[in-house]
Design a protein around this ligand. Structure first.
Ligand code: GLP
Length: 252
């Protein structure tokens, strides 16, 4: 796992947006795995800027989002679909037919998960998976547990995760769905390349456990240590607790 440390969250966002723009230029039909949350917002803003400047063409790209809430209509603005439309999809030239999200309102959620796995396979797999990091070390909605689930699945959300998502629901915890659908650990680890983004002091502890600690289902992000091309892009605030060999990671 390679760690890259940048000065601020804006630096992280700009550098990753540039990397994604070059990937789109070199491989226009690239398949991207995308996260939601506060962390990727500056990245999406930077991608929209590059697109407007004619430097990022999404016309042939395919996207798969990591996760979605259970029970919200597909067009509910509080869901991750609504989030993605606001921050990226409505502002770049992605083809709607190549945008994929889990449908948390599907009549048969088990079938919906199988459909998603197949759609990823049919697209040829994910070339670049971008991830955020939950405060508790989750990725997607793969919460810390005694055992993790390999493929796309339905899952109960931890209170901490519901709290972290409350802003989308008018800061009312009771309105945050109790369950989600999420790519599983194998779905994520099958991506050819992975970049996990983490910014801000609140993530420092989970970042340190992820890069220095043991591989454990108690911190799902630690499984990225097993991937042959996983990078962790963080700002200085998120890097303060790192103590192992990654301490000397190149600063930008
Ligand atoms: C949510 C999402 C995750 C995301 C995490 C981090 O729970 N399901 O995919 O990575 O939040 O959110 P933030 O970037 O707001 O800290």
């Amino acid at each position: 796992m390679r760690v890259r440390i940048f000065e601020t969250d804006e630096h992280v966002a700009r550098a990753l947006a540039l990397r994604m723009a070059s990937l789109l230029a070199a491989q226009p039909a690239v398949v991207l795995g995308l996260p939601t949350g506060r962390t990727p917002i500056p990245l999406y803003r930077a991608l929209v800027r590059l697109h407007r400047a004619g430097r990022a063409d999404f016309s042939r790209a395919t996207t798969f989002n990591l996760d979605e809430f259970v029970g919200l209509a597909h067009d509910d603005p509080r869901g991750y679909h609504g989030f993605m439309r606001r921050h990226l999809f409505d502002q770049v030239n992605l083809d709607a037919r190549r945008i994929h999200l889990l449908n948390g309102a599907a009549a048969d959620l088990a079938k919906e998960c199988i459909r998603y796995e197949r759609a990823i396979e049919k697209a040829g797999g994910i070339d670049l998976q971008i991830l955020g990091l939950g405060l508790n070390g989750h990725i997607g909605f793969n919460e810390p547990a005694r055992a993790l689930v390999a493929t796309t699945h339905r899952t109960r959300l931890r209170q901490a995760t519901r709290r972290a998502n409350a802003a989308l629901f008018g800061h009312r915890l009771r309105n945050v769905p109790a369950e989600g659908l999420s790519m599983g650990m194998a779905t994520i680890l099958r991506a050819k390349r992975i970049v996990l983004l983490a910014t801000g002091a609140s993530k420092a502890r989970s970042v340190a456990r992820m890069v220095d600690g043991s591989v454990t289902p108690r911190l799902p992000a630690s499984f990225l240590q097993l991937h042959r091309d996983a990078e962790v892009w963080i700002d200085r605030a998120a890097a303060v607790a790192i103590s192992g060999p990654h301490r000397g990671a190149r600063r930008r």
